[in-house]
Design a protein around this ligand. Structure first.
Ligand code: NAD
Length: 487
């Protein structure tokens, strides 16, 4: 079995304990991972704090930090095939997707490399003579970054990129499910030449996460995961009063009007829900379809879903692979059973296949007329699409917003005016019109409600890793008068 190490203070080491990682395609152990103890986490935070205060890092110019990030970007690009193979092996995400996504991860590091020396302070036209007042943008401190299993390299890049550009140091806790690509990525950080302790990477479960997010030297927590875990993180942050950004789940509406290009919408819906085997926070998992085109649309969708090639994730021809964990497969099967018990109709899928691995087929549930079934309320985080129909635009909007989440949404229509009305009315952090799932380092991303708060990507994300220092400088050479002598 392959063995992986954690990376603390510039040194690769075994963890206090270890655990076996399962290959989701076979269900068999394939690698041994270090499991960070609370003491390991504490050492990592101390290393990050020391690095934060060191001249080796704090003494670098912003441009020099940018050069290190450019180097990292090049290394990620060169290592993309190796990293993709590891992510596919350890999480079951298909190689076609990991290859494309990780190559693009390099662009995130490039974007933030370029931004390093553009994080500017300001000069204030202060209302007092003989005073100069300006604002310095300074790095906030040690960042605790926590990511879930899906797309770990991508979800880390949107934290590490802006944090390092701003001059912070980071302890990143990879998910205990599928951490291999992150532990391999640590080697690239090392090779890029970041001073020891600037980036520390370890893995472990809730105990390691809690030790990290409650640590007194942590100034900011960048968390991606589910809302339940987020509650623990927020409660834990009462210890260190760290600032927090939360990127959580979703139950994103995918709205199709009768005037849409239906074939395009079908293709977008197929990738919107079945890409990454549905393990995507932005999965378009609620199809809200105009009743007049529902039957035709569902027929096309069903045919395409049933033609999807489900096979080993390391094959380039595979279109849907296994889920990351057996735990996740059981949960999805339970939620499907619950939805059917509540009256939803099975259009396709829904049967756990025999054989090894954590596979679950593309599944469609018709929940029309049943707005409260689990299929329309709960995030499955799997390849399950729930469908509900509407008659009017107002009804479509009401259904779209009938959720505790607010991450992403899709609208398919040829009407420009309707598109604008929907954009205005939908409560979600991202709206895609006649497209779905597009992302870029240049575009902010995030949600509200149970989908969290804060934005990743874009210029503003780097500012979240800074704090403002207000500087007052007296320009007069006159002595400061004694305040207690009457003039
Ligand atoms: P999760 O919440 O179970 O775990 C996420 C991370 O939190 C893991 O690294 C885990 O070890 C850690 N963790 C667990 N308990 C902790 C604790 N008490 N303190 C600190 N950290 C702790 O999430 P998951 O099941 O791995 O991932 C799926 C969820 O992530 C879904 O809800 C999905 O929508 C969400 N997600 C959101 C985005 C986004 O950008 N909005 C992206 C991907 C995934």
């Amino acid at each position: 079995m392959q063995r992986f190490q954690q990376y603390i203070g510039g040194v690769f080491e075994d963890g206090a304990a270890s655990f076996e990682s399962l290959d989701p395609a076979t269900g068999q152990p394939w690698a041994v991972m270090p499991e960070a103890s609370a003491a390991d986490v504490g050492r990592a935070v101390d290393a990050a704090w020391d690095a934060f205060c060191s001249t080796a890092w704090a003494g670098l110019t912003a441009s020099a930090r940018g050069k290190l990030l450019y180097k990292l970007a090049d290394l990620v690009q060169a290592a993309a095939p190796r990293l993709a193979a590891l992510e596919t092996r350890d999480t079951g995400k298909i190689i076609r997707e990991t290859s494309a996504q990780i190559a693009y991860v390099a662009e995130y590091y490039r974007y933030y490399a370029g931004l390093s020396d553009k994080i500017e302070g300001a000069h204030l036209p202060i209302d007092k003579p003989d005073m100069e007042v300006w604002l310095r943008r300074e790095p906030i401190g040690v960042v605790a970054a926590i990511v879930p299993w899906n797309s770990q390299l991508f979800l880390s890049a949107v934290k590490l990129g802006p944090a390092l550009a701003a001059g912070c140091t980071v302890v990143l806790k990879a998910s205990e499910d599928g951490p291999a690509p992150m532990l391999e990525f640590a080697k690239l950080v090392h090779e890029a030449g970041f001073p020891p302790g600037v980036v520390n990477i370890l893995t472990g479960g809730p105990a390691a996460g809690a030790a990290l997010t409650t640590h007194p030297k942590v100034a900011h927590i960048a968390f991606t995961g589910g809302p339940e875990t987020a509650r623990h993180v927020v409660r834990g942050s009462a210890e260190n009063l760290a600032s927090i950004s939360l990127e959580l789940g979703g139950k994103s509406p995918f709205i199709v009007f009768e005037d849409a290009d239906l074939d395009s919408a079908v293709n977008a819906q197929i990738s919107g829900i079945f890409a990454a085997t549905g393990q995507s926070c932005v999965a378009g998992s609620r199809l809200i379809i105009q009743a007049s085109v529902k039957d035709a649309f569902l027929a096309k969708l069903k045919a395409k879903a049933e033609a999807i090639r489900i096979a080993a994730p390391d094959q380039m021809t595979t279109e849907v692979g296994p889920l990351c964990t057996q735990r996740q497969r059981v949960r999805i099967a339970d939620l499907v059973a619950q939805s059917l018990g509540q009256g939803a109709k099975l259009v396709t899928g829904g049967v756990v296949p025999e054989g090894p691995g954590f596979y679950y087929p593309p599944t469609i549930l018709d929940c029309s007329g049943l707005p409260d079934v689990a299929g329309l309320r709960q995030e499955f985080f799997g390849p399950v699409l729930s469908v509900i129909s509407f008659e009017t635009e107002a009804e479509a909007l009401a259904l779209a917003n009938d959720t505790v989440y607010g991450l992403a949404s899709g609208v398919f229509t040829r009407s420009l005016t309707r598109a604008h009305r929907m954009i205005r009315g939908i409560r979600s952090g991202v709206v895609w019109v006649n497209t779905y799932r597009a992302v870029s380092p240049i575009a902010p991303f995030g949600g509200h409600g149970m989908s969290g708060h804060g934005r990743e990507g874009g210029l503003a994300a780097a500012l979240d890793y800074t704090t403002v220092k207000t500087v007052w400088l007296r320009t007069s050479d006159d002595p400061i008068p004694d305040p207690f002598v009457m003039r």
